[in-house]
Design a protein around this ligand. Sequence first.
Ligand SMILES: C[S@@+](CC[C@H](N)C(=O)[O-])C[C@H]1O[C@@H](n2cnc3c(N)ncnc32)[C@H](O)[C@@H]1O
Length: 226
Amino acid sequence: MNAADNTAEAWEAAYLRFETPEQEIAKFTRRLVRLGAREWPRDAAVAELFCGRGNGVRALARLGFHRLEGVDVSQRLLALCPPEHGRHCADCRALPFASASQDILMVQGGLHHLAVLPDDLERVLKEAARVLRPGGRLVVVEPWPTPFLSVVHAACRQPWLRRIFHKLDALAEMIEGERHTYEQWLRQPEVVLRCLEANFETERKFTGWGKLMWVGRRGGAEVISN
Ligand SMILES: C[S@@+](CC[C@H](N)C(=O)[O-])C[C@H]1O[C@@H](n2cnc3c(N)ncnc32)[C@H](O)[C@@H]1O
């Protein structure tokens, strides 16, 4: 195993112990409701991008959505996703879906893993616009530089707090493993918003408690795949 595999495995171990599956599903369900999911048609084709171990897919299933798929680059995490839904091992910069085939795309905590900003973000957003039907929704939940996040970062620097709060310790380890892309993301909120708003029409936007929660609609014109 090389150094990159070791880092990925250590990051995944911290991600898996950050919250229990039930805690994560409850968190994702609350977010989905806040973002308007109860108003979305239950027969919508929904894909969770950067789906990790698939608890976002499970939350969508509990809300009654049934045409569900997940995409992630990690085969290890995909193996933990619910097998009754589609699972795709792929890089979200090149989505494994036909043009105009999806109604809703979800991203929770995936975009801040992209290596190059804004280029990789633009690639994902162009792909999202290609695979969404006109009027389809892109839903994004990502870390955001709010005062609360600064407090969390300060807490992560305190070893004694990490010893007491295991969730904080797991978070600190994840941040350590993704530090370059995480900091690059948090340094450029204006660039991120400009990219989102250039590709989609904003339907909802909240920032607070260290998160951006955003829903954009794809415009009406057809996007030709290349
Ligand atoms: C912070 S996790 C979020 C997972 C899940 N959305 C959640 O909230 O539990 C980020 C995920 O993005 C995946 N990932 C990173 N870069 C990717 C890429 N270019 N394409 C697809 N998945 C990627 C990682 O394997 C990881 O599972």
